[in-house]
Every structure is written in C-alpha cells, then in structure tokens.
Design a protein around this ligand. Structure first.
Ligand code: ATP
Ligand code: MG
Length: 396
C-alpha cells in the first residue's frame, strides 16, 4: 500500500518522539479497494499536546482537540491525527459522554463502526486487521465490529453510515448487521438533520443506490414517513438507479410521487435553498417533455439550462415517452446559443428609448414582446430585425 509522503512524514515525526502512528479507517479501506481516499487519518498513542509538539511548526487545527484530534496542514491538505481512544458510555445514542485515551491500537479499532473501517496500516509493520476487514472487502460486505445491536444502540448514525457505504461501494450488508439496522431504526429519530442529510445524499448518489433503496424501505420511512413502498416504489427505485449521478435528479425522483408531501420531506432533509428549488422544479415537470422548440425554450427560460437537462434526465430515467427526444432538442437548442432571456436580446432598453419609447414599464413590455417573437422564431435576434419590430410595436 502506498501512503502519501505527508502521512509517512507524520508517522516518522511521531515515532521519532517515541510514539506510534498508523494510517487508519476509511483511507486504509479505500486504498485496499484501489479507490483514491478523500482524506487520510492517522491514529497514535500520543496525546494532543504531544501531537502538537511533534508536528510543530506545521499549521494546525485544534477545534477537534477535546475528542483527541489535531488537524495538521501540509501543503494545503489537512491530515487528522487522533489519539487512540475508546468511547465512554453513550449519552443519547449518538454522542459518547466522554472519550477515554488508551495506549493501544486494538481498542481504538474495536470502537469503530464496520470491519472494513476498523483497519490500520503501517509502512513497515503492514496491515492491522483484527476484525476481518480485508476479507469483508473481498466478500463485498458491510459487517459491524462486534455486536451489531450494541453498536447501533450506541450510535444510531452508524445505521445510515452502513447503508451509505453499501451504496457507495456496491457492497451488501451482512445478515446480522442488516437485522440489527431494522431493529434499531427508531434511533434514527435521535439524529441531527444535517447528519441524516449528509448520509442520505451520499446514499442516493451511490453506485448501488437502487439496490440499497429497495433493500431498506423501513429505514427510509423512518426518516421520511410514507416515502417508500406502495405499487410504484420498485419502478421508482430503478429509475433512481438509472438516473445520472446528479443529486437534484435523484432526490426529485425520490419525492416526486407525492407532491403533497414533498415540502414536508424536504423540510426534514434541509438541502440548500438552491438544491431545494431545483428539486421542486424537476419533480414538478415529471411527465412534461415539450416537442416544440419554442416550448423547450420557455422551459429553459423558467428553469435554467442545467435544470432543464435534469428534467429531461429524470423523465428518461422514468421511461416517459418523448423524454429522449426532449433531451436531444435541449442539447441542439443550447448548442446554437439561443436567446431565451431579455438580457440576451441584441437590443436593450437604451436602444428602445432612443427610438422614442418613453422610460418606464413600456420598455419592459416591448422587450418581452421582442423576446417572445425570438423564442417563437418569428424574427431573429439581430439588432436591425429587433429595432424594426420595436418600431412596429411602439405605442402610437
Ligand atoms: P468517508 O471518508 O468515505 O466518508 P469514512 O469511513 O472514512 O468514509 P469518516 O467520517 O471519514 O468516514 O470516518 C473515519 C473513520 O472513523 C471511519 O472509517 C471509522 O473507522 C470511524 N468512524 C467514523 N464515524 C464513526 C461512527 N459513527 N462510529 C464508529 N466509528 C466511526
Ligand atoms: Mg474518511
């Protein structure tokens, strides 16, 4: 396994001061799977003050220090170095009442959620894998470390982390772990919405989104009551799996069957305002695939170019007749850099005033009529044509 130079340097700095250091968790998992890890975590028996001393003079982030984590910045990238710890009793099925530093790697690995996340790697000693994580990677399965029921009881977020990982990695969920997820699903009610959203959005974007959505309707219903199940559910799940990996499209498909409840579900998830509005626009245009260029341009004008493409993609995923030609029409139109907004017209308000149209609402009205003619193909978007039309449209 190839560790980045920065990680090797950190381990060496810790060891020079008499401590241990290992790469740990998701980065080891991703590396074994041949996926580029998105962050590198290091664990050590050094406590935070000692970590800071070892890593000086690197810039450091200390906001995680009460959990034993120091973020070290090397060449603009943050590496989290965390003291070996075990969690104290859990307060609220999410947060341990306290963390307890320990001197050995093994108990630190044992507090982690899934076997594939409970491995460490050292450049000289190799892989430390006490729970069979490497085998589970080979078997493509998510399995809780230790007693699954207990692990979810401690922290309900692990239920969603497990399904999200299965969706992202294309893994199945080992039987006991899966059963425990179902039994402990009520604990999802204890989670902060942001955490639910962070996991559910990644779940929806995973390569195995369709399989995992189909496999866990009860978990989804626990988060978003009434969303899963019913006659068209299977079809919808397949559509999500077929859809491009665009969150707006996949979320729109998820909520589109029940327009009356979409707002409530989105209130629970709280996506950004921009995403929420895209999702509602896509969901509101399911089944609508205009054939006429002018109608497609009106739609692009209302929703924006990307959302128009997303509407077509959602309709294609659902197998709506006419959806594929609609997407082709959008692409053809956009390739021609069409005019569908007033600010894209070859004339502006100043030009109209110079023609003698008085400043005021009249200007806006004439511009809107000019745009309408351009969209309908009645005249083209060039200055002379538009000025000639404006003259005809001028109030007597
Ligand atoms: P990714 O980086 O792809 O989101 P990850 O597994 O690395 O996945 P992180 O949030 O980066 O997720 O967590 C790093 C490691 O910390 C995990 O691999 C796991 O060992 C441990 N971990 C994270 N969250 C939990 C949790 N809720 N319960 C137990 N261990 C956890
Ligand atoms: Mg990670």
């Amino acid at each position: 396994m190839q560790l980045p130079q920065a990680v090797l340097d950190i381990i060496q700095a810790l060891e020079r001061a008499g401590f241990e250091g290992y790469a740990v968790g998701g980065c080891v998992r991703d590396n074994l799977m041949g996926r580029p890890p998105h962050d590198w975590d290091i664990c050590t028996n050094a406590q935070p003050a000692a970590i800071q001393a070892c890593m000086a003079p690197c810039p450091m982030l200390t906001n995680g220090i009460k959990h034993g984590t120091v973020g070290v910045i090397i060449q603009g990238q943050v590496y989290e170095i965390t003291t070996y710890r075990v969690d104290g009793a859990y307060r609220d099925h999410r947060h341990p009442a306290g963390v307890c530093y320990v001197d050995a790697l093994q108990p630190d690995l044992a507090r982690r959620d899934f076997t594939i996340n409970a491995m460490a790697y050292h450049p000289m000693y190799g892989l430390v894998d006490p729970f069979g994580g490497r085998q589970d990677i080979a078997l493509k399965r998510i399995r809780a470390v230790g007693d699954a029921m207990e692990r979810f009881e401690e922290d309900g977020l692990r239920i969603l982390r497990g399904i999200r990982l299965a969706s992202e990695l294309g893994f199945s969920i080992e039987e006991n772990t899966r059963l425990a997820m179902g039994q402990k699903k009520h604990l999802l009610a204890c989670l902060a919405r942001e955490r639910i959203w962070a996991e559910l959005s990644r779940w929806l974007m995973g390569t195995a989104a369709a399989q995992t959505l189909a496999g866990f309707p009860d978990i989804l219903n626990q988060i978003l009551p009434g969303i899963a199940g019913g006659p068209e559910w299977d079809e919808l799940v397949h559509a999500i799996g077929r859809a491009p990996a665009r969150l707006a499209v996949r979320l729109a498909l998820l909520i589109c069957r029940r327009p009356g409840r979409a707002g409530e579900w989105l209130d629970t998830l709280r996506p950004s305002r921009a995403l929420r509005s895209q999702v509602l626009q896509i969901a509101g245009h399911i089944g609508q695939c205009p054939k006429a260029p002018a109608d497609a341009l009106y739609l692009i004008a209302r929703t924006g170019e990307q959302t128009a493409r997303d509407i077509a993609a959602a309709n294609i995923a659902l197998g709506i007749p006419g959806a594929q030609p609609f997407l082709s029409l959008i692409e053809t139109l956009l390739a021609g850099q069409p005019c569908y907004r007033i600010d894209q017209l070859a004339v502006d308000g100043g030009d109209l005033m110079r023609l003698g149209i008085p400043r005021g609402p009249q200007i806006g009205r004439v511009l809107a009529l000019l745009l309408d003619g351009v969209i309908r193909g009645e005249w083209s978007n060039n200055r002379e044509a538009l000025l000639a039309q404006a003259q005809k449209l001028m109030p007597a």
